[in-house]
Design a protein around this ligand. Structure first.
Ligand code: HEM
Length: 211
């Protein structure tokens, strides 16, 4: 990300602080959350099957629209569960304060979450837990005045991307690697990265797009 900003500046492009913040805050977080989401679906066959059934039943044709998202509760539950296990912003820095808020640890706290280390999207089905910054056990986009201003954009973008990938592509892991062997180790930096990048091949399965 920094290299992009540096390149733009070195070519005489003038960036405002707001543009820099939006670039920096919006690109890696969205990309790495999508990567974790795809990895979790590959690893959790049952969840993947339910997502596929839901998306296939709901989407008429091959283009997923924003208005479809409210009819895809299981997909959204999988997204929430991905954010719980892999919060892109693991540490929240409080406004005008020196202490940090360890979202990553809270999201894995057995006093708050049942079986916290397992990917269980069902925990969000029928629950009122949202990611709007009101639930102090679940703050993937932060809370209060420093809460992520890109939350709506990011959640819609990621849900639309994954739904489109599910409906239009078959997913393969190169070299027939067993999905259970996908390395889910994390690397903590300013965001929570996947230590080993996910390698997956998306093969178009939709006749309409082939020509
Ligand atoms: C899955 C995607 C995303 C996640 C998980 C995420 C998470 C967060 C979190 C947790 C914070 C608060 C940090 C803190 O309190 O210390 C934050 C702040 C911020 N996010 Fe996001 N974000 C995402 C996508 C985006 C997008 C798409 C944009 C812009 C288009 C964006 C722009 C920002 C900005 C500008 C801030 C700083 C707000 C401030 O300090 O006042 N984010 N984000």
């Amino acid at each position: 990300m920094i290299w992009l900003i540096e390149t733009l500046l070195s070519t005489g492009y003038v960036l405002s602080i707001t543009q820099c913040e939006l670039f920096a805050g919006g690109t890696e977080t969205t990309g790495l959350t999508t990567e974790w989401f795809v990895a979790e679906l590959l690893k959790n066959e049952e969840a993947m099957k339910k997502v596929k059934d839901e998306v296939t039943k709901q989407i008429n044709g091959n283009v997923v629209k924003e208005s479809d998202l409210v009819h895809l509760p299981y997909l959204e539950a999988c997204f929430k569960e991905t954010l719980r296990l892999h919060p892109a912003g693991p540490l929240l820095i409080q406004r005008k304060a020196v202490e940090t808020f360890n979202v990553w640890a809270i999201n894995r706290d057995p006093k708050i979450w049942d079986d916290p280390l397992s990917f269980k999207p069902e925990r969000f089905i029928g629950s009122n837990v949202r990611y709007k910054g009101n639930e102090f056990g679940y703050l993937p986009f932060g809370s209060g005045r420093r809460m992520c201003p890109g939350e709506t954009m990011a959640s819609k973008l990621i849900l639309l991307t994954v739904a489109s990938l599910v409906i239009n592509f078959d997913w393969f892991i190169p070299d027939n690697t067993n999905p259970m062997e996908i390395n889910m180790d994390e690397e903590m930096d300013i965001a929570m990265y996947k230590k080993e990048s996910l390698h997956v091949i998306f093969k178009l399965n939709n006749e309409l797009f082939k020509n």
